[in-house]
Write a protein that binds this ligand. Structure first.
Ligand code: PLP
Length: 410
């Protein structure tokens, strides 16, 4: 089959659409249409607010057009949406200018005053802040559940529980969740409110390459694309991908709220997506090298990383995920705050910064983690590390210097 170029003097390209391809192949093909753009490999970046119509009759078709107003996107940003929808197995993907906005926009798209939200206790802190602040003010009550509750979530469901929100592994503490068990229990036909309930998951740690929430009963899958998808610490973007059942309501919500994604940042996300599988593999391999070394240090009590066979979430990780990224937790036996600061300050290759998923390694000490129904009681100082794309041997030598400074400050 051939695809006609809209430019009559351009030769036609063969149509490529083989859905049996594996994820690494599909990620390369996803969202691209060189035939529509004179053979250029990547989608164009349009800077557009005004979209013109050839005549009034065409203008009246406005609601049915995909490219119709700058805020709703252009062929360039639609290319990224399409690529994400393909990877997520979604009917639509909606964009927002940050990961947090993708989270808040998804929740706001489905709740009304008087509704109840069940939130995983180990959620990303700004998501919790949104629930406790704005959502409470709008008359939506949030209660929290243990990430390890599984199908036991049934006992916490109320007839007005509209949204069940998941995030795995847990923020900072890395607990896994039984996603399919929770989603099935939340939407069980016999459970009051089950038919209308919406399950939303923040899947930033795994990306849709390593875990596809929609295949496990989740209705809306969220990515802080800022992290691994952009992958170079240079753009902010969020995505929310929905099943057919939730697509219209999610899209209507994002449109009502006026969300828009910058064309250049969306292009960076599209470009990042094309190397995501290669980068993730390296992030994971380097994380494993660092962890192997860390576990041999006498000060290390635990490493929080589901791929470790000793990790409490290992079985679920192995059942559901196709791999791991490079973000993990570290808990020491004991130590002072000054010692903990030395462990972060002295290494030169590990930046002290929050937004992970870029090519660089990071380390941050944990403050007290906000928890409502679970306990976070580390034995000593705890940290979050991101394994970047540097040579693992250099990173280990760098951490070694950090540990020496930690010991010297004790
Ligand atoms: C970083 C992050 C977000 C927020 O993404 P931003 O683009 O920084 O707003 C949301 N959820 C998780 C799990 C994150 O790590």
């Amino acid at each position: 089959m051939t695809k006609r170029s809209p430019f009559s003097d351009q030769p036609a390209f063969p149509q490529k659409k083989d859905t049996t391809h594996r994820p690494a192949t599909r990620i390369i093909e996803a969202g691209r249409d060189p035939a529509a753009q004179d053979g250029a490999v990547n989608p164009p970046v349009y800077h557009a607010s005004t979209i013109l119509y050839p005549n009034v009759a065409a203008m009246k078709e406005y609601p049915r057009l995909r490219t119709r107003y700058g805020r709703h996107g252009t062929p360039g940003t639609h290319a990224f949406e399409d690529a994400m929808s393909e990877l997520e197995g979604a009917a639509v993907t909606c964009l927002a200018s940050s990961g947090l906005l993708a989270v808040t926009g998804s929740i706001l798209s489905f709740v009304k005053a008087g509704d109840h939200l069940l939130m995983v206790d180990t959620v990303y802190e700004p998501t919790r802040d949104f629930c406790e602040g704005m959502l409470k003010r709008l008359g939506v009550e949030t209660s929290y559940y243990d990430p390890e509750i599984g199908a036991g979530i049934t006992s916490l469901l109320r007839p007005n529980t509209k949204v069940v929100f998941l995030e795995a592994p847990g923020s900072r503490s890395f607990e896994m969740q039984d996603v399919s068990g929770i989603a099935a229990a939340a939407k069980a036909p016999g459970v009051p409110g089950g038919a209308e309930r919406v399950v939303i998951m923040d899947n930033t740690w795994a990306t849709p390459l390593l875990f596809r929430p929609l295949e496990h009963g989740v209705d809306v899958s969220i990515q802080a694309a800022t992290k691994y998808i952009v992958g170079h610490a240079d753009a902010m973007l969020g995505t929310a991908a929905a099943t057919d059942r939730c697509a219209d309501q999610l899209q209507a919500g994002f449109r009502a709220l006026g969300f828009s994604a910058a064309p250049d940042d969306t292009y960076l996300a599209f470009r990042g997506l094309k190397t995501l599988h290669v980068r993730l593999e390296r992030h994971w391999r380097t994380a494993e090298a660092l962890i192997e070394w860390l576990l041999r240090q006498p000060e290390v009590s635990r490493v929080l990383f589901p791929p470790l066979p000793t990790d409490p979430g290992h079985t679920l990780w192995k059942r559901d995920f196709d791999g791991a990224s490079g973000l993990f937790g570290l808990v020491l036996n004991q130590g002072t705050e000054t010692q903990a600061a030395q462990l972060c300050d002295v290494p030169e290759l590990f930046g002290i910064g929050f937004s992970w998923g870029g090519y660089e390694s990071l380390i941050v000490p944990n403050r007290r983690l906000p928890r409502s129904v679970t306990a976070w009681a580390p034995e000593g100082p705890s940290f979050r590390l991101h394994a970047g794309l540097e040579d693992p041997a250099d990173l280990i030598a760098d951490l070694q210097r950090g540990f020496e400074a930690f010991r010297a400050a004790g």
